[in-house]
Design a protein around this ligand. Sequence first.
Ligand SMILES: NC(=O)c1ccc[n+]([C@@H]2O[C@H](COP(=O)([O-])OP(=O)(O)OC[C@H]3O[C@@H](n4cnc5c(N)ncnc54)[C@H](O)[C@@H]3O)[C@@H](O)[C@H]2O)c1
Length: 325
Amino acid sequence: MKNVLICGGAGYIGSHMVKLLAEAGYDVTTFDNLSTGHREAVKWGHWFEGDLLDTLSLEAVFRKTKFDAVIHFAARSLVGESMVRPSLYYQNNVVGTFNLLEKMVEHGVPSIVFSSTAAVYGEPQATPIHESHPTLPINPYGRTKAAVETMLRDYAAAYRLRSVSLRYFNAAGADPEGSIGESHQPETHLIPNVLRSLLETERVLQIFGDDYPTPDGTCVRDYIHVSDLCDAHLLALDYLDKNEGAYSFNLGNGQGFSILEVIRGAEEIVGKPIAYTLSPRRPGDPAVLVADSQRARSELRWRPRYTDIREIIETAWQWHRNPTY
Ligand SMILES: NC(=O)c1ccc[n+]([C@@H]2O[C@H](COP(=O)([O-])OP(=O)(O)OC[C@H]3O[C@@H](n4cnc5c(N)ncnc54)[C@H](O)[C@@H]3O)[C@@H](O)[C@H]2O)c1
């Protein structure tokens, strides 16, 4: 049985990964400092509370188990916060990952799958965005992720550490069985905010900009179901068994939906109108962000199952109606 360490396994995407791996018969250990994650979300495998910035806690987890691979979700990931407090981002995302990679090399752990992001591309020069698009991030969050990808290429060349960086577009939805879901504080993602505004009448949904060059004037994003993201990580683990080097793959549906389309979809599912207010555009929000995920399809043989935005919203709604954390 394969032993996999999940850094950030108490978070939104990480907890879904823990579930998938446990169900697929892997021996899973979650390592998390609970800064944004939830202990209740880790219902499978072993639990280890620790911080990537505390090398003693990292050493302890690596001593306890001989891991075959690491999946690394742990990061700070609020774009706005990264602009006003970049030091937190360089420390947690870059120094934290450096500490992790050092422990992997020291303990002979051969492979890592890393959560990267569409934010590494910056303002798109063409759409859909292919991996060959220049990486010119426009905020510190994106720059920390790009820095880690660079570090991973150097560690592959020098220490033969194998890696896959998965550049997610907009993760969305929840476990179709309803046992775990998305719960960020503060919540900056559209679908949970749309659904919360339906459940908490005092919350009014805010839309930033309706004058973008898109069909209805609102921003267009590529929403990918969290279960599809997790499938890609499982395939990436297999890929790294067979391939040396450092690789990057986009993960998206390849189809964009505008903010208003998401709102209309949620209204249909919930059967209630959604009230929102319009605010001016936020700096740094591109009009359209859509992935070209052909590379993940052909190399990893990844096939996203949730191609209909309504199905994605439906699973999120199932969770938000009855969240357990
Ligand atoms: N959610 C998205 O749409 C999205 C899109 C692109 C990329 N990503 C990336 O995917 C990853 C997971 O995102 P998420 O939405 O699940 O985030 P999340 O905040 O829900 O999960 C991150 C987890 O990492 C833990 N963590 C953070 N710093 C840590 C540290 N120093 N030591 C130990 N644990 C630490 C947190 O407690 C949390 O459980 C992140 O790296 C994020 O940047 C997410």
